[in-house]
Design a protein around this ligand. Structure first.
Ligand code: THU
Length: 140
């Protein structure tokens, strides 16, 4: 059982489903992400590219947008799935986007097609991070 109470298999399955609907005709590298909130709600997303290459969005960003749009503000854990042998770890920008709604202990599961390969804490991937608490007061 995971930090949110959802089985990790559920989170992985949601990330895989999102990966199938990713839109990545340029990189041909489909990524899916699924996150849970502390209450157990699951939100997912895939990368969505476009012809102006740098303007595409990552899977993690899509999932976070879905969560925020549903009025949720905390990530309990997140699973990211990509194909290939290399670990599909979140890019730098997505680490910071996850950070906004997470804490040092938040789990980031990195998966391949066969399942979760490695689990990190956010503090492993984004040490000494800057977050909302660094600002004079929270504006959200
Ligand atoms: N990508 C993600 O969606 N998440 C990651 O964690 C790594 C990279 C996407 C961005 C781009 O659409 C494609 O994968 C190739 O970089």
């Amino acid at each position: 059982m995971s930090r949110s109470g959802e089985p990790l298999a559920t989170l992985f399955a949601a990330a895989k489903a999102a990966q199938m609907n990713a839109y990545a005709p340029y990189s041909r590298f489909k990524v899916g992400a699924a996150l849970t909130t502390p209450g157990g709600a699951v939100f997912s997303g895939g990368n969505v590219e476009n012809a102006a290459y740098p303007e595409g969005v990552c899977a993690e960003t899509s999932a976070i947008s879905a969560m925020a749009q549903a009025g949720q503000r905390r990530i309990a854990e997140i699973c990211v799935v990509g194909d290939g042998e290399a670990l599909c770890t979140p890019c730098g920008g997505c680490r910071q986007r996850i950070r906004e709604f997470a804490d040092e202990e938040t789990l980031i599961h990195v998966a391949g097609p066969e399942g979760v390969r490695v689990t990190f804490k956010l503090a492993d991937l984004l040490p000494e991070s800057f977050g909302p608490g660094h600002l004079p007061r929270e504006r959200a």
